[in-house]
Design a protein around this ligand. Structure first.
Ligand code: NAI
Length: 308
């Protein structure tokens, strides 16, 4: 198994570190445009191999796409992260050029690959990667829901005083502060609806905290987060390479599901060796569907910028 991670910055390097620790690949290529940067990060990570006991061989390269040839999974994290006060949407201009160029270069050397797009604004970048590569929709996935759902579980666990691992909760919609939809009415704690244990006020607090989860960290850290994004991406990679068929909220191209067409949005997806193997079209209430449609409108407006 060969995996490539493009962008050796905070998220890319953390994702690579998770991939190596879990030994998801024999060969892992870390690629960055900044001279020597990926090489340095790769050597640093390889110097943990004796301590952590993994066998994955990590190689860092500067813009050398030939060395990524034959990758079965490619993660794209290249692009600018947001700074305090910025929205993910404000990154579109610069990141669209980066993601399109990277996706096309990757495809030249790994025509059978599955791509996971992390760069923001993720919904639009995932749509762009799909359109610019022409890959079938099961082979282009966006990471955002894995992160937002994990954040949702964290905030729920804080209110419930329980382990996040005992919770089932998903976020759908867009991967933006105002477009994501934490589905509180569908969330369960060991199969029991969490709404039985939380007041309306607590529920609203959890949903609001989840939606601004990224912005809260950007304010504290000065740039966007990387541990949970890196782990969320690695979880998707793991489900592909181990054919785990895990249900992970992910950005996928919708062709009628959830009443939407020609757009990439976050919905629950079964992820296996063929990438996005099945979209779970869960039954939403009228209010939830209405919110989903509004998120779709906002993302569609963003996508329109690509044609300007
Ligand atoms: P970073 O600045 O630490 O790393 C980005 C890396 O991309 C840099 O090392 C840079 O040299 C590299 N790069 C830029 N242009 C490139 C190109 N053409 N080819 C190869 N490499 C290139 O940023 P960070 O924090 O790792 O974030 C990366 C992206 O991921 C940002 O767009 C950020 O907004 C997004 N993000 C998305 C999340 C999600 O849930 N989807 C969560 C967190 C971040």
């Amino acid at each position: 198994m060969k995996i490539t991670v493009v962008g050796a910055g905070a998220v890319g390097a953390t994702c690579a570190d998770n991939i190596a620790r879990k030994e998801l690949a024999e060969e892992l290529i870390l690629l960055d445009i900044k001279e020597g940067f990926a090489e340095g990060k790769a050597i640093d990570m390889m110097q943990t191999a004796a301590l952590l006991g993994f066998d994955t061989k990590i190689t860092g390269v500067t813009n050398d796409y030939a060395s990524t040839a034959g990758s079965e999974v490619v993660v794209i994290t290249s692009g600018l992260p947001r700074k305090p006060g910025m929205t993910r949407e404000e990154l579109i201009g610069i990141n669209a050029g980066i993601v399109k160029g990277v996706a096309e270069n990757i495809l030249k050397h790994s025509p059978d690959t599955i791509i996971i797009v992390v760069s923001n604004p993720m919904d639009t970048m995932n749509y762009l990667a799909l359109k610019s590569t022409g890959l079938p929709k099961n082979r282009v996935l966006g990471m955002g829901g894995a992160l937002d759902s994990s954040r949702f579980k964290y905030y729920l666990s804080q209110e419930l005083g329980c382990s996040p691992a005992d919770l089932n909760a998903v976020v759908i919609g867009g991967h933006g502060d105002t477009t994501m939809i934490p589905l509180i009415n569908h969330a369960t704690w060991n199969s029991i609806p969490v709404t039985q244990f939380l007041s309306k006020e607590q529920q609203e607090k959890v949903v609001a905290s989840t939606m601004v989860g990224g912005a809260t960290l950007t304010k504290l850290i000065g740039t966007s987060a990387w541990y949970a994004p890196g782990a969320g991406t690695a979880a998707m990679v793991e489900s592909i390479v181990r054919d785990q068929k895990k249900l992970i909220s992910s950005g996928v191209y919708l062709d009628g599901e959830y009443g939407q067409k020609d757009i990439s949005l976050v919905v629950p997806v079964i992820i296996g060796k063929n990438g996005a193997e099945k979209i779970l079209d869960i039954k939403l209430s009228d209010t939830e569907q209405d919110t989903f449609n509004k998120s779709a409108d906002a993302v569609r407006n963003m996508n329109a910028v690509l044609h300007e």
